[in-house]
Design a protein around this ligand. Sequence first.
Ligand SMILES: CC(C)(COP(=O)(O)OP(=O)(O)OC[C@H]1O[C@@H](n2cnc3c(N)ncnc32)[C@H](O)[C@@H]1OP(=O)(O)O)[C@@H](O)C(=O)NCCC(=O)NCCS
Length: 379
Amino acid sequence: MQETIHRGLVGVVADTTEISFIDGDQGELSYRGYDISELTEASYEEVVYLLWNGELPNAAELSAFRDELAPLGALPFEIVDRLRCARPDTEPMHLMRTAVSNLACHDPNPDEVDAENVRRIGHRLLVQFPTIVSTIERLRHGLEPVDPDPELSIAGNFLYTLTGERPTEAATHVMDVALVLHAEHGSNASTFTARTAASSLTDVYSAVTAGVGSLKGPLHGGANEAVMRALEEIGSVENAEPYVMETLAKPHGRVMGFGHRVYRVLDPRAAILARVAQKLARESGESKYWEMSLEIARVMEREMAKRQRAVAPNVDFFSASVYRMLGFPIDMYTPIFAVARISGWMAHLYEQYADNRLVRPLLAYEGPKGKKFKPVSSR
Ligand SMILES: CC(C)(COP(=O)(O)OP(=O)(O)OC[C@H]1O[C@@H](n2cnc3c(N)ncnc32)[C@H](O)[C@@H]1OP(=O)(O)O)[C@@H](O)C(=O)NCCC(=O)NCCS
C-alpha cells in the first residue's frame, strides 16, 4: 500500500490544544483567546499565568504568583561553578542546554510527572532561565553573577542580573514585550520536540533540554542570530538589495528572518516588533539596522511576489535589531528566545502529561530488503 508521506509533518494535526491559536492566512495569533497585540500591554508574568492557567490573573492572583516565583531565580552554586569552568568561547546555547540538564541533578524530585511536581519544576525553570543566561554572559566577561532581586519582575531581573544595574522602566517594558511575543507559538519545532520527549513520560528536565536543543537551530530560534550576522555583513542600506539578490540567486537561498511554516502573510509578532524597533531607532538615534531591515523587507516583498511565494518577515527579523538596540551581544539572542519560550514549553508539558499518548510516527522504508547475513570473516 502506498503511504501518504508528510515530509516535515507539513499539515499534520497531531493533537488538540487549548493554549494558542494561529491563523496563518489572516496573520493572527492568540494566547488562550486573547489577541497577541492586546497582550503586549500585559507584563510577562501576567501572560505566563494566562498560558499556564487559562485566564489572566486578577491583582491578588498576580501578586501571589510573583511571590511564589521571587525566591526561585538563583542558581545552585554547582551550576554556576560548572558554567565558570567552560571554555570562554563556548557558544551560550551549548552552555544553556547543559545548565538546564544539570539542574535535574540539584532537584530532589526531578522525575515524577504528576501535575503538582511538573508545575513545581515549571515555576523554578521560568525564573532560573533568565539567571542562566545572565550568568553565562557575566562569567565570560570575567564578572561575578548577580542574584535576582525579589522586588523586580522577570523582565527587570533579566536586565538587572545581566548588567548589575537596575533597569529603566522603558527598557523593562521593551523586554516584557519581547518576552510576551516569544512566549508561545503552538506546535513549533522546539515545543513539538519537548512534547514528544515528554510523551515517553520522561522527566521535565529531559523534555526541556530537548526543547532548548531544537530551538538552537537556524531554521528556528537560531534565526535571530543569523539575521543580525547578515545585517552586519550587509553593513549599509545600499548593500541590502545586492545581498538579497545574491542570496536568492543561490539554489534554495534563504534570507534569514523571512518565511514561516504556518504564516502565509506577515507574522503578527513581526508587525509589533517592527514598531518597537522603529521607536528604539528613533529614540537612540541608531537607525542603521532599522533602515537596512526596511530595505531588505522591501526587496524581499518585490522578489517573493515575482516568484509567487508567500514569504514575509517572521518574528526573528525585527527582534534582531531590537536586541541590538537593547545592547545584547548577538550570541545571546537565541538564549533570550529560550528565556521567553520556557513558558510556552511548560504550558505544553502540563497539557501533554495531563493526557499523554506516546508520540510515535512512521517512516516509509526505502532501503534494501532480504539481504543475507555473512560473518565478519567472509565480508
Ligand atoms: C521558516 C522556514 C524554515 C519554513 O520552511 P518551510 O515551511 O519548509 O518552507 P520552505 O522552506 O519549503 O519554503 C518554500 C519556498 O518559499 C521560499 N522561501 C521560504 N523561506 C525563504 C527565505 N527565508 N528566503 C527566501 N526564500 C524563502 C523558497 O522559494 C522556498 O522554496 P525552495 O525551497 O524551493 O527555495 C523557511 O521559511 C526558512 O528557512 N526561513 C529562514 C529561517 C528563519 O527565518 N526561521 C525562523 C522561522 S520563525
